[in-house]
Design a binder for this molecule. Structure first.
Ligand code: ATP
Length: 238
């Protein structure tokens, strides 16, 4: 089966500093894979490289087998790859609804069609309907994260990249957010999630990739990978 999205020997640099050394990760339609690893392992760099925010060659990133590495970010969204970025990056000074409508308008402009509408998003996260007129800076962190996820979904992605969506949130809110992932996957959307919480990453994904210093050190089915394997891959050694 062709992966929805795959990377092939992906290399990334910040000037002279090499952050990624040949990363091969793939995700299939409707599948969720999790990327774990210590601070600085290169997880965010990996997502940013896919989104065209760092220079990579076309062959390093493929969507349905087609080389698309280095495509500018807005074109990636147009192609069906969306990111829920670290820190959420919402438009402050604008309401929840207006933030979401930016994504709806953009999808219209890009001619992207899919199963997500404001109404459906309101069913997924009812609080976004209750707070529709509230400015996003007055929301809790969890509510802001729901807006950020909603904005990505309204771009009708085939592949959704999530950068530490649980960071700084209370356990109850994290559960609420992660409970939404099965419905997103049921739509056929593939998910690559970067997650610091290893237990959460393992329970919410089909496959797990562990990175250490810019390389993948462990790949396997989330259900069968052991804590010992993860510890070895996370910290190095064996
Ligand atoms: P974290 O959990 O801390 O976000 P991460 O696994 O996502 O960690 P990255 O943020 O991808 O790691 O960072 C990978 C490496 O690249 C680190 O050594 C980091 O210091 C470096 N790095 C990240 N961003 C930049 C940048 N803009 N300029 C230079 N080096 C950077």
């Amino acid at each position: 089966m062709t992966a929805a999205l795959s990377t092939h020997g992906l290399v990334a640099r910040y000037g002279d500093f090499q952050a990624l050394y040949g990363v091969d990760i793939d995700v299939a339609e409707g599948e969720a894979v999790a990327l774990i690893g210590a601070n600085g392992a290169g997880k965010s760099t990996f997502l940013r490289s896919i989104m065209g925010l760092l220079p990579v060659t076309p062959d390093m990133v493929r969507l349905d087998g087609k080389p698309i590495g280095g495509t500018p970010t807005d074109r990636m969204v147009q192609n069906g790859v969306a990111i829920v970025p670290e820190g959420r990056r919402l438009f402050t000074g604008m309401s929840v609804d207006d933030n979401l409508r930016v994504a709806v308008d953009q999808a219209d402009r890009f001619g992207r069609k899919g199963g997500w509408s404001l109404e459906r998003l309101h069913r997924l996260f009812p609080i976004l309907k209750d707070k529709a007129r509230t400015q996003v800076q007055n929301l809790s962190g969890g509510q802001q994260q729901m807006v950020s996820i909603g904005r990505a979904l309204l771009s009708q992605p085939r592949v959704l990249l999530c950068d530490e969506i649980s960071l700084g949130l209370a356990p109850k809110v994290i559960r609420e957010i992660y409970a939404a992932l099965p419905e997103i996957r049921a739509q056929g959307t593939a998910i690559i999630m970067v997650e610091q919480d290893v237990g959460l990453a393992q329970s919410a994904s089909d496959r797990l990739f562990c990175m250490l210093e810019g390389r993948v050190t462990l790949t396997g089915a989330s259900a069968t990978i052991t804590r010992e394997q993860i510890a070895a891959a996370y910290f190095g050694g064996s």
